[in-house]
Design a protein around this ligand. Structure first.
Ligand SMILES: [Zn+2]
Length: 451
Protein backbone atom coordinates (compact mmCIF):
# COMPACT_ATOMS: atom_id res chain seq x y z
CA UNK A 1 0.00 0.00 0.00
CA UNK A 2 2.67 2.50 0.92
CA UNK A 3 4.68 1.51 -2.13
CA UNK A 4 1.70 2.04 -4.39
CA UNK A 5 0.80 5.46 -2.97
CA UNK A 6 3.98 6.98 -1.67
CA UNK A 7 2.90 10.57 -2.22
CA UNK A 8 -0.35 10.17 -0.26
CA UNK A 9 1.47 8.67 2.66
CA UNK A 10 3.96 11.50 2.57
CA UNK A 11 1.21 14.07 2.85
CA UNK A 12 -0.18 12.31 5.90
CA UNK A 13 3.12 12.13 7.66
CA UNK A 14 3.20 15.62 9.24
CA UNK A 15 -0.36 15.08 10.44
CA UNK A 16 0.50 11.76 12.09
CA UNK A 17 3.59 13.25 13.60
CA UNK A 18 1.51 16.05 15.10
CA UNK A 19 -0.87 13.56 16.70
CA UNK A 20 1.92 11.53 18.23
CA UNK A 21 3.70 14.66 19.51
CA UNK A 22 0.64 16.11 21.17
CA UNK A 23 -0.30 12.83 22.85
CA UNK A 24 3.27 12.51 24.08
CA UNK A 25 3.04 16.00 25.58
CA UNK A 26 0.08 14.93 27.65
CA UNK A 27 1.51 11.60 28.72
CA UNK A 28 4.79 12.52 30.30
CA UNK A 29 5.50 9.95 32.93
CA UNK A 30 6.38 10.93 36.43
CA UNK A 31 10.10 10.51 37.09
CA UNK A 32 10.28 8.09 40.00
CA UNK A 33 13.76 8.40 41.45
CA UNK A 34 14.79 12.04 41.24
CA UNK A 35 18.22 13.19 42.43
CA UNK A 36 18.23 14.34 46.09
CA UNK A 37 18.25 18.07 45.23
CA UNK A 38 15.12 17.72 43.11
CA UNK A 39 13.48 15.40 45.64
CA UNK A 40 13.97 18.04 48.34
CA UNK A 41 12.41 20.68 46.11
CA UNK A 42 9.43 18.36 45.55
CA UNK A 43 9.10 17.75 49.30
CA UNK A 44 8.97 21.49 50.02
CA UNK A 45 6.43 22.02 47.23
CA UNK A 46 4.18 19.27 48.60
CA UNK A 47 3.61 21.22 51.81
CA UNK A 48 0.62 23.41 51.06
CA UNK A 49 1.31 26.91 52.31
CA UNK A 50 -1.47 28.29 50.13
CA UNK A 51 -3.87 30.85 51.54
CA UNK A 52 -6.28 30.96 53.25
CA UNK A 53 -4.84 28.19 55.43
CA UNK A 54 -1.06 27.99 54.96
CA UNK A 55 0.69 25.16 56.81
CA UNK A 56 3.63 27.22 58.05
CA UNK A 57 4.57 24.76 60.78
CA UNK A 58 5.21 21.85 58.39
CA UNK A 59 7.15 24.11 56.03
CA UNK A 60 9.35 25.38 58.84
CA UNK A 61 9.91 21.88 60.22
CA UNK A 62 10.95 20.66 56.78
CA UNK A 63 13.39 23.55 56.25
CA UNK A 64 14.83 23.27 59.74
CA UNK A 65 15.39 19.52 59.31
CA UNK A 66 17.15 20.13 56.01
CA UNK A 67 19.31 22.84 57.58
CA UNK A 68 20.73 20.27 60.03
CA UNK A 69 22.65 18.82 57.10
CA UNK A 70 24.35 22.17 56.45
CA UNK A 71 27.41 22.73 58.71
CA UNK A 72 27.59 25.95 60.76
CA UNK A 73 24.09 27.09 59.85
CA UNK A 74 22.14 28.43 62.84
CA UNK A 75 18.38 28.76 62.92
CA UNK A 76 15.78 30.58 64.95
CA UNK A 77 12.01 30.96 64.80
CA UNK A 78 10.63 34.46 65.31
CA UNK A 79 7.03 35.31 66.13
CA UNK A 80 5.50 38.73 65.64
CA UNK A 81 1.83 37.95 66.27
CA UNK A 82 0.40 37.30 69.75
CA UNK A 83 -1.09 33.98 68.56
CA UNK A 84 2.38 32.87 67.42
CA UNK A 85 0.69 31.39 64.34
CA UNK A 86 2.80 33.16 61.75
CA UNK A 87 6.36 32.03 62.35
CA UNK A 88 9.32 33.53 60.55
CA UNK A 89 12.32 31.26 60.05
CA UNK A 90 15.74 32.86 60.10
CA UNK A 91 18.99 31.09 59.30
CA UNK A 92 22.40 32.59 59.87
CA UNK A 93 25.77 31.53 58.57
CA UNK A 94 28.26 33.49 60.69
CA UNK A 95 31.01 35.35 58.90
CA UNK A 96 34.57 35.79 60.08
CA UNK A 97 34.02 39.56 60.45
CA UNK A 98 30.52 40.00 61.85
CA UNK A 99 31.09 43.74 62.22
CA UNK A 100 30.58 44.15 58.45
CA UNK A 101 27.05 44.78 57.15
CA UNK A 102 25.42 41.41 56.46
CA UNK A 103 23.52 40.12 53.46
CA UNK A 104 19.94 38.90 53.69
CA UNK A 105 18.44 36.37 51.27
CA UNK A 106 14.67 36.49 51.57
CA UNK A 107 11.80 34.35 50.33
CA UNK A 108 8.22 33.92 51.49
CA UNK A 109 6.75 30.70 52.84
CA UNK A 110 3.22 31.24 51.57
CA UNK A 111 1.62 30.99 48.16
CA UNK A 112 -1.61 32.00 46.52
CA UNK A 113 -4.34 29.31 46.30
CA UNK A 114 -4.69 26.97 43.33
CA UNK A 115 -7.76 25.58 41.59
CA UNK A 116 -6.94 21.87 41.26
CA UNK A 117 -9.55 21.26 38.55
CA UNK A 118 -7.72 23.66 36.22
CA UNK A 119 -4.37 21.91 36.63
CA UNK A 120 -2.95 18.98 34.60
CA UNK A 121 -1.45 17.56 37.83
CA UNK A 122 -2.58 18.17 41.42
CA UNK A 123 -0.99 21.51 42.46
CA UNK A 124 0.59 20.10 45.62
CA UNK A 125 1.83 16.82 44.16
CA UNK A 126 5.02 18.32 42.69
CA UNK A 127 4.60 16.05 39.66
CA UNK A 128 8.01 15.60 38.00
CA UNK A 129 7.35 14.88 34.36
CA UNK A 130 9.77 13.06 32.10
CA UNK A 131 10.54 16.30 30.24
CA UNK A 132 11.96 17.71 33.47
CA UNK A 133 9.11 19.98 34.56
CA UNK A 134 8.13 20.11 38.22
CA UNK A 135 4.51 21.18 38.52
CA UNK A 136 3.39 22.82 41.76
CA UNK A 137 1.90 25.96 43.23
CA UNK A 138 4.92 27.87 44.48
CA UNK A 139 7.39 26.28 42.03
CA UNK A 140 8.18 29.78 40.65
CA UNK A 141 6.69 31.99 43.36
CA UNK A 142 8.76 31.54 45.30
CA UNK A 143 9.69 28.23 46.97
CA UNK A 144 12.40 27.76 44.34
CA UNK A 145 14.57 30.61 45.59
CA UNK A 146 14.22 29.78 49.29
CA UNK A 147 15.54 26.29 48.80
CA UNK A 148 18.10 27.39 46.21
CA UNK A 149 19.67 29.73 48.78
CA UNK A 150 20.09 26.81 51.20
CA UNK A 151 21.29 24.38 48.50
CA UNK A 152 23.84 26.94 47.33
CA UNK A 153 25.22 27.41 50.84
CA UNK A 154 25.30 23.65 51.37
CA UNK A 155 27.18 23.20 48.09
CA UNK A 156 29.65 25.98 48.88
CA UNK A 157 30.46 24.60 52.32
CA UNK A 158 30.64 20.93 51.33
CA UNK A 159 32.50 21.26 48.05
CA UNK A 160 34.49 24.44 48.48
CA UNK A 161 35.02 24.70 52.24
CA UNK A 162 33.30 28.05 52.05
CA UNK A 163 33.65 30.43 54.96
CA UNK A 164 32.12 33.90 54.48
CA UNK A 165 33.55 37.19 55.64
CA UNK A 166 30.16 38.78 56.34
CA UNK A 167 27.24 37.19 58.12
CA UNK A 168 24.73 35.65 55.74
CA UNK A 169 21.07 35.56 56.80
CA UNK A 170 18.33 33.62 55.05
CA UNK A 171 14.75 34.51 55.96
CA UNK A 172 11.56 32.59 55.23
CA UNK A 173 8.69 34.96 55.95
CA UNK A 174 4.93 34.39 56.20
CA UNK A 175 2.04 36.24 54.55
CA UNK A 176 3.79 37.97 51.63
CA UNK A 177 0.89 37.12 49.34
CA UNK A 178 -1.58 38.91 51.61
CA UNK A 179 0.46 42.07 52.04
CA UNK A 180 3.26 41.03 54.38
CA UNK A 181 1.88 43.03 57.29
CA UNK A 182 2.31 40.21 59.84
CA UNK A 183 5.48 39.04 58.14
CA UNK A 184 8.21 41.17 56.60
CA UNK A 185 6.63 44.46 57.73
CA UNK A 186 6.89 43.49 61.41
CA UNK A 187 10.28 41.82 60.97
CA UNK A 188 11.68 44.97 59.32
CA UNK A 189 10.79 47.14 62.30
CA UNK A 190 11.86 44.62 64.97
CA UNK A 191 14.89 44.73 67.25
CA UNK A 192 15.89 41.31 65.93
CA UNK A 193 16.18 42.83 62.47
CA UNK A 194 18.17 45.83 63.64
CA UNK A 195 20.72 43.51 65.21
CA UNK A 196 21.33 41.83 61.85
CA UNK A 197 22.89 45.05 60.46
CA UNK A 198 21.71 44.18 56.95
CA UNK A 199 23.61 45.92 54.14
CA UNK A 200 22.07 44.28 51.10
CA UNK A 201 19.00 42.14 50.35
CA UNK A 202 18.09 39.72 47.61
CA UNK A 203 14.35 39.06 47.31
CA UNK A 204 12.10 37.42 44.73
CA UNK A 205 11.97 38.43 41.07
CA UNK A 206 10.16 36.82 38.16
CA UNK A 207 10.75 34.23 35.44
CA UNK A 208 12.17 35.32 32.12
CA UNK A 209 10.89 33.74 28.89
CA UNK A 210 14.14 34.79 27.20
CA UNK A 211 17.81 34.04 27.65
CA UNK A 212 18.54 36.79 30.18
CA UNK A 213 17.67 36.79 33.88
CA UNK A 214 15.26 39.51 34.90
CA UNK A 215 16.23 41.80 37.72
CA UNK A 216 14.12 44.37 39.60
CA UNK A 217 15.22 47.54 41.37
CA UNK A 218 11.83 48.84 42.50
CA UNK A 219 8.17 47.90 42.93
CA UNK A 220 5.16 49.96 41.98
CA UNK A 221 2.94 51.03 44.85
CA UNK A 222 -0.82 50.64 44.75
CA UNK A 223 -3.15 53.49 45.59
CA UNK A 224 -6.85 52.87 45.98
CA UNK A 225 -9.01 55.88 45.17
CA UNK A 226 -12.71 56.35 45.80
CA UNK A 227 -14.30 59.46 44.33
CA UNK A 228 -17.71 60.57 45.57
CA UNK A 229 -20.07 63.09 44.05
CA UNK A 230 -23.17 64.57 45.61
CA UNK A 231 -25.76 66.79 43.97
CA UNK A 232 -29.39 67.78 43.87
CA UNK A 233 -31.67 64.83 43.22
CA UNK A 234 -34.28 65.35 40.56
CA UNK A 235 -36.88 63.90 38.28
CA UNK A 236 -35.49 61.82 35.44
CA UNK A 237 -37.04 64.17 32.94
CA UNK A 238 -35.33 67.37 34.13
CA UNK A 239 -32.07 68.76 32.79
CA UNK A 240 -30.16 70.72 35.43
CA UNK A 241 -26.54 71.42 36.36
CA UNK A 242 -24.44 69.80 39.09
CA UNK A 243 -26.30 66.53 39.52
CA UNK A 244 -24.22 63.86 41.28
CA UNK A 245 -24.05 61.65 38.20
CA UNK A 246 -23.10 64.54 35.95
CA UNK A 247 -20.33 65.60 38.32
CA UNK A 248 -18.96 62.08 38.50
CA UNK A 249 -19.07 61.62 34.74
CA UNK A 250 -17.08 64.84 34.27
CA UNK A 251 -14.41 63.41 36.57
CA UNK A 252 -14.35 60.13 34.72
CA UNK A 253 -13.71 62.02 31.47
CA UNK A 254 -10.71 63.82 33.02
CA UNK A 255 -9.36 60.61 34.54
CA UNK A 256 -9.74 58.72 31.28
CA UNK A 257 -7.65 61.37 29.50
CA UNK A 258 -4.88 60.91 32.06
CA UNK A 259 -5.07 57.12 31.65
CA UNK A 260 -4.86 57.40 27.86
CA UNK A 261 -1.80 59.65 28.07
CA UNK A 262 0.02 57.18 30.33
CA UNK A 263 -1.00 54.17 28.24
CA UNK A 264 0.07 55.97 25.03
CA UNK A 265 3.64 56.14 26.38
CA UNK A 266 3.60 52.34 26.71
CA UNK A 267 2.01 51.81 23.28
CA UNK A 268 4.58 54.10 21.66
CA UNK A 269 7.39 52.09 23.26
CA UNK A 270 8.58 55.07 25.30
CA UNK A 271 8.09 53.31 28.64
CA UNK A 272 7.55 49.85 30.03
CA UNK A 273 4.19 49.04 31.59
CA UNK A 274 5.66 49.23 35.06
CA UNK A 275 7.28 52.64 34.43
CA UNK A 276 4.04 54.57 33.99
CA UNK A 277 1.20 55.30 36.40
CA UNK A 278 -1.46 52.73 35.67
CA UNK A 279 -5.06 53.62 36.39
CA UNK A 280 -8.06 51.38 36.07
CA UNK A 281 -11.69 51.90 37.12
CA UNK A 282 -12.77 49.03 39.37
CA UNK A 283 -16.26 49.97 40.51
CA UNK A 284 -19.16 52.32 39.91
CA UNK A 285 -21.89 52.80 42.44
CA UNK A 286 -25.01 54.91 41.91
CA UNK A 287 -28.74 54.69 41.36
CA UNK A 288 -31.77 54.14 43.55
CA UNK A 289 -32.53 50.43 43.84
CA UNK A 290 -36.01 49.12 43.08
CA UNK A 291 -37.33 45.54 43.38
CA UNK A 292 -36.64 44.98 39.68
CA UNK A 293 -33.39 46.90 39.32
CA UNK A 294 -33.16 50.67 39.57
CA UNK A 295 -35.68 53.50 39.70
CA UNK A 296 -35.51 54.92 36.21
CA UNK A 297 -37.23 58.28 36.59
CA UNK A 298 -35.00 59.65 39.37
CA UNK A 299 -31.56 61.19 39.26
CA UNK A 300 -29.67 60.04 42.38
CA UNK A 301 -28.13 62.46 44.86
CA UNK A 302 -24.94 60.42 45.30
CA UNK A 303 -22.58 58.58 42.99
CA UNK A 304 -19.14 57.11 43.45
CA UNK A 305 -16.39 55.36 41.56
CA UNK A 306 -13.31 53.41 42.62
CA UNK A 307 -9.94 53.24 40.88
CA UNK A 308 -6.81 51.13 41.24
CA UNK A 309 -3.65 53.16 40.64
CA UNK A 310 -0.08 51.86 40.54
CA UNK A 311 2.71 54.38 40.89
CA UNK A 312 6.37 53.81 40.08
CA UNK A 313 8.84 55.32 42.57
CA UNK A 314 9.76 57.87 39.92
CA UNK A 315 6.29 59.43 40.25
CA UNK A 316 5.85 62.48 42.48
CA UNK A 317 3.30 61.48 45.14
CA UNK A 318 2.55 65.09 46.17
CA UNK A 319 1.89 66.18 42.60
CA UNK A 320 -0.33 63.14 42.14
CA UNK A 321 -2.36 63.94 45.25
CA UNK A 322 -2.81 67.53 44.03
CA UNK A 323 -3.94 66.32 40.62
CA UNK A 324 -6.47 63.98 42.22
CA UNK A 325 -7.96 66.52 44.62
CA UNK A 326 -7.90 69.49 42.24
CA UNK A 327 -8.72 67.90 38.88
CA UNK A 328 -10.28 64.50 39.52
CA UNK A 329 -12.43 65.32 42.52
CA UNK A 330 -12.61 69.12 42.91
CA UNK A 331 -14.58 70.30 45.89
CA UNK A 332 -16.14 73.08 43.79
CA UNK A 333 -17.89 70.29 41.87
CA UNK A 334 -19.26 68.88 45.16
CA UNK A 335 -16.79 66.04 45.14
CA UNK A 336 -14.72 64.33 47.78
CA UNK A 337 -12.00 61.73 47.46
CA UNK A 338 -10.51 59.04 49.65
CA UNK A 339 -6.94 58.11 48.76
CA UNK A 340 -5.58 54.95 50.37
CA UNK A 341 -1.88 54.68 49.65
CA UNK A 342 -0.97 51.03 50.12
CA UNK A 343 2.67 51.86 50.54
CA UNK A 344 5.11 54.71 50.40
CA UNK A 345 6.99 55.87 47.34
CA UNK A 346 9.73 57.34 49.48
CA UNK A 347 12.11 55.80 52.00
CA UNK A 348 12.55 56.93 55.59
CA UNK A 349 14.75 59.80 54.42
CA UNK A 350 12.39 60.94 51.68
CA UNK A 351 14.32 59.41 48.81
CA UNK A 352 12.54 57.52 45.96
CA UNK A 353 11.96 53.89 46.94
CA UNK A 354 14.40 52.28 44.52
CA UNK A 355 17.79 50.61 44.48
CA UNK A 356 20.44 52.01 42.20
CA UNK A 357 21.67 49.62 39.53
CA UNK A 358 24.82 51.43 38.51
CA UNK A 359 28.37 51.76 39.76
CA UNK A 360 27.29 54.12 42.55
CA UNK A 361 25.99 50.98 44.28
CA UNK A 362 28.93 48.62 44.95
CA UNK A 363 26.59 45.77 45.95
CA UNK A 364 25.03 45.94 42.51
CA UNK A 365 28.39 45.79 40.76
CA UNK A 366 29.44 42.75 42.78
CA UNK A 367 26.08 41.05 42.22
CA UNK A 368 26.16 41.65 38.47
CA UNK A 369 29.73 40.44 38.15
CA UNK A 370 28.89 37.28 40.12
CA UNK A 371 25.94 36.42 37.85
CA UNK A 372 28.14 36.95 34.80
CA UNK A 373 30.93 34.78 36.10
CA UNK A 374 28.40 31.98 36.68
CA UNK A 375 27.61 32.17 32.96
CA UNK A 376 24.39 34.15 33.37
CA UNK A 377 23.32 37.38 31.76
CA UNK A 378 21.14 40.05 33.35
CA UNK A 379 18.47 41.89 31.38
CA UNK A 380 17.92 45.63 31.74
CA UNK A 381 16.91 46.32 35.35
CA UNK A 382 13.15 46.74 35.65
CA UNK A 383 10.47 48.11 37.94
CA UNK A 384 8.14 45.31 39.06
CA UNK A 385 4.50 45.96 38.08
CA UNK A 386 3.23 44.60 41.37
CA UNK A 387 4.50 44.71 44.96
CA UNK A 388 6.70 42.42 47.04
CA UNK A 389 8.21 42.42 50.52
CA UNK A 390 11.24 44.19 49.03
CA UNK A 391 9.47 47.48 49.67
CA UNK A 392 9.87 47.08 53.46
CA UNK A 393 13.63 46.75 53.02
CA UNK A 394 13.92 49.67 50.61
CA UNK A 395 11.82 51.70 53.05
CA UNK A 396 14.71 51.32 55.52
CA UNK A 397 17.13 52.54 52.88
CA UNK A 398 18.64 49.08 52.38
CA UNK A 399 19.54 48.32 48.74
CA UNK A 400 17.34 45.43 47.62
CA UNK A 401 17.29 43.57 44.33
CA UNK A 402 14.44 41.34 43.13
CA UNK A 403 15.95 38.31 41.44
CA UNK A 404 14.71 34.77 40.78
CA UNK A 405 17.15 33.00 38.47
CA UNK A 406 14.68 31.49 36.00
CA UNK A 407 15.44 31.99 32.32
CA UNK A 408 13.80 30.39 29.27
CA UNK A 409 10.79 29.90 31.52
CA UNK A 410 7.21 31.07 30.92
CA UNK A 411 5.91 33.48 33.58
CA UNK A 412 3.43 31.34 35.53
CA UNK A 413 3.29 32.91 38.98
CA UNK A 414 -0.29 32.79 40.31
CA UNK A 415 -1.28 30.89 37.13
CA UNK A 416 -2.58 27.35 36.58
CA UNK A 417 0.06 24.66 35.93
CA UNK A 418 2.88 26.67 37.51
CA UNK A 419 6.08 24.74 36.86
CA UNK A 420 9.84 25.04 36.87
CA UNK A 421 12.26 22.88 34.89
CA UNK A 422 14.80 20.82 36.81
CA UNK A 423 17.69 22.17 34.72
CA UNK A 424 16.65 25.78 35.40
CA UNK A 425 16.34 25.07 39.12
CA UNK A 426 19.78 23.42 39.30
CA UNK A 427 21.38 26.18 37.24
CA UNK A 428 19.88 28.72 39.64
CA UNK A 429 21.68 27.05 42.54
CA UNK A 430 25.00 27.53 40.72
CA UNK A 431 24.17 31.20 40.11
CA UNK A 432 23.41 31.70 43.81
CA UNK A 433 26.65 29.95 44.77
CA UNK A 434 28.53 32.55 42.77
CA UNK A 435 26.41 35.46 44.04
CA UNK A 436 26.56 34.42 47.71
CA UNK A 437 30.28 33.83 47.55
CA UNK A 438 30.98 37.24 46.02
CA UNK A 439 28.55 39.30 48.09
CA UNK A 440 29.59 37.76 51.38
CA UNK A 441 33.28 38.21 50.71
CA UNK A 442 33.78 41.64 49.22
CA UNK A 443 35.15 44.24 51.57
CA UNK A 444 34.53 47.64 49.98
CA UNK A 445 33.07 49.76 51.40
CA UNK A 446 31.75 48.50 54.69
CA UNK A 447 30.08 51.80 55.54
CA UNK A 448 27.99 51.85 52.37
CA UNK A 449 24.35 51.80 53.39
CA UNK A 450 21.84 52.60 50.66
CA UNK A 451 22.30 55.40 48.19
ZN1 LIG B 1 6.16 35.84 45.50
Amino acid sequence: MSEQHPSRHHRLLPFLLLISLSSAAQNHHQIQNPPPTIARFQQYLRISTAHPDPDYVSAINFLTNFSHSIPFLQSQNLYFTPERNKPLLLFTLPGSDPSLPSILLNSHLDSVPAEPSKWAHPPFSAHYSSDGKIFARGAQDDKCIGLQYLEAIKGLIEEKSFSPLRNIHISFVPDEEIGGFDGMAKFATSDEFKKLNVGFVLDEGQASPGDEYRVFYADRQPWHIVIKAVGMPGHGSRMFDNGAMENLMKSIEVITKFRDAEFDKVKAGLAANSEVISMNPVFLKAGIPSPTGFVMNMQPSEAEAGFDLRLPPTADPDAMRRRITEEWAPSWRNMTVEITAKGSLRDYRGRPLLTFTNDSNPWWSVFKQAVTSAGGKLGKPEILSSTTDARFMRQLGIPTIGFSPMKNTPILLHDHNEFLKDSVYLEGIKVYESVIKSLSSFTEPSSYHAQ
